[in-house]
Design a protein around this ligand. Structure first.
Ligand SMILES: CC(=O)N[C@H]1[C@@H](OP(=O)(O)OP(=O)(O)OC[C@H]2O[C@@H](n3ccc(=O)[nH]c3=O)[C@H](O)[C@@H]2O)O[C@H](CO)[C@@H](O)[C@@H]1O
Ligand SMILES: C=C(OP(=O)(O)O)C(=O)O
Length: 430
């Protein structure tokens, strides 16, 4: 199993290209199930989750061609991938596959809308929380679906010739449930109005792509999304938006080590709250032609409190990275997690590097320390693992991060991107 070895202490200086967003690419790929034409996605990141979803979609009948070649023949980055689902050959999403990747549960929306029935395994919880699917089921039921749970699977049918437009307000903001209901409603009869919808940029990206495919969606980016159902969708060409979490992660890495880095192919507007927080912590952040410049020269890291929230609030997917940064601040800060009930697995690992963190309910109190010291640590989930890399970059000596398959789910070429900016980071394969 691969590990990442980091020798801390170097500043980061240079250019880091930002990849397409994992959390946009996944629902966009799933949207290919909605049409028999080809959906072409540009700027698709080369990540374990993307590769796995390609295989899962293949089981449903999606033909995947990478840059015009067959899947897996091309290993280049920022790929253009063609997804074509002439016919859906299997409407079952098995436990074996859904349990490997939560987002594959989202096929329930397109399969139901296009075929009128499907059988999809319940995804189950994961390290960061229980992650139930009640909101998905309520949203689909509002569209007229019959849903029953049978042996760990959801049997979903759309009686009366298909889904029917509806007004439905989510009791809680859910990114995934918004994606699914929006996709399902594109092919429903009549108009659907989703209240308390997620406003994340990835939801906007999906809506833009669906509109390019012929859907009639408006209001995306606000809490109320309106979808006028259409008979069928066509193919389209769409560019995956930049990964705001990767952008924020490297910004925090620079704030941690000091230095001067330009993050290319990204957009500061995607993460205003996180950047405002980083500025308060002492980083200088400015927009460039096609990216963001992040600097911290000389000034120390100031303590700042954060509370995670749905967009446009501080993203939960940057919480662990920010906590790593705060371990070196000049005072006491608090990090409150409101989205996932168990997203503090990194706390005990950061402590192994000398961080002083105490937990009380959903809030972590971080007492900044003057130095961290390298140690063996274990990645527990995707963002937790990169928080350990950030801490390792500032720690004295060697940090060895194990279980890096978590990291490979969401960070493309991390070692290469950091090494080019002066860090000592290498993958150790055994
Ligand atoms: C692939 C992807 O895009 N993943 C992102 C997506 O996950 P995901 O879409 O799974 O996250 P949600 O927005 O759905 O979850 C938000 C909260 O709602 C709860 N909930 C959700 C659905 C439901 O039916 N019932 C329910 O209670 C969840 O347990 C969680 O506590 O948004 C999260 C919140 O920004 C991010 O951290 C994830 O990186
Ligand atoms: C939690 C994440 O992903 P997922 O929803 O796929 O588990 C994430 O991207 O940080």
């Amino acid at each position: 199993m691969d590990r990442i070895r980091i020798v801390g202490g170097n500043e980061l200086n240079g250019i880091i290209p930002i990849s397409g967003a994992k959390n946009a690419a996944l629902p966009l790929m799933i949207a290919s199930l909605l049409t028999s034409d080809t959906l072409t996605l540009e700027n698709v990141p080369h990540l374990a989750d993307v590769e796995l979803l390609m295989r899962i979609l293949g089981n449903h009948g999606v033909d995947v061609a990478v840059n015009g070649r067959r899947e897996r023949q091309e290993d280049s980055y920022a790929r253009t991938i063609h997804f074509t689902c002439r016919t859906i050959v299997d409407t079952t999403a098995s436990y074996e596959l859904v349990s490997k990747m939560r987002a594959s549960f989202w096929v329930i929306g397109p399969l139901l809308a296009r075929e009128g029935h499907c059988r999809v395994s319940l995804p189950g919880g994961c390290a960061i929380g229980t992650r139930p699917v009640d909101l998905f089921l309520e949203g689909l039921a509002a569209l007229g679906a019959n849903l029953e749970i049978d042996s760990g699977y959801i049997n979903a049918t759309a009686p009366n010739g298909g889904l029917i437009g509806t007004r439905y307000t989510f009791p809680k903001v859910s990114v995934g449930a918004t994606h699914v209901m929006m996709m399902a409603a594109t092919l429903a009869r009549g108009t659907t109005v989703i209240g308390n919808a997620a406003r994340e940029p990835e939801v906007v990206d999906l809506a833009n792509c669906l509109n390019a495919m012929g859907a009639k969606i408006s209001g995306h980016g606000t809490s109320t999304i309106t979808i006028e159902g259409v008979q069928s969708l066509s193919g389209a060409r769409h560019r995956v938006l930049p990964d705001r979490i990767e952008t924020g992660t490297y910004a925090m890495a620079v704030a941690m080590t000091g230095g001067d880095v330009v993050l290319e192919n990204t957009d500061a507007a995607l993460l205003e709250t996180a950047f405002e927080t980083l500025r308060r912590a002492g980083a200088e952040i400015s927009s460039t032609n096609n990216g963001v410049r992040v600097r911290r020269n000389g000034a120390g890291i100031r303590p700042v409190d954060i509370v995670t929230d749905p967009f446009p609030g501080f993203p939960t997917d940057l919480q662990a990275q920010f906590m790593a940064l705060m371990t070196r601040s000049s005072g006491i800060s608090h990090v409150t997690e409101t989205i996932f009930e168990n997203r503090f697995m990194h706390v005990q690992e950061l402590a192994r590097l000398g961080a002083k963190i105490s937990l009380s309910g959903q809030t972590a109190k971080i007492e900044g320390v003057p130095r961290l010291k390298g140690a063996p640590v274990m990645a527990t989930d995707l963002r937790a693992s990169v928080s350990l890399v950030i801490a390792g970059l500032a720690a004295e000596g060697e940090t060895m991060v194990s279980r890096v398959y978590h990291l490979d789910r969401g960070f493309e070429r991390l070692e290469e991107k950091l090494t080019r900016c002066g860090a000592i980071v290498e993958r150790v394969s055994e």
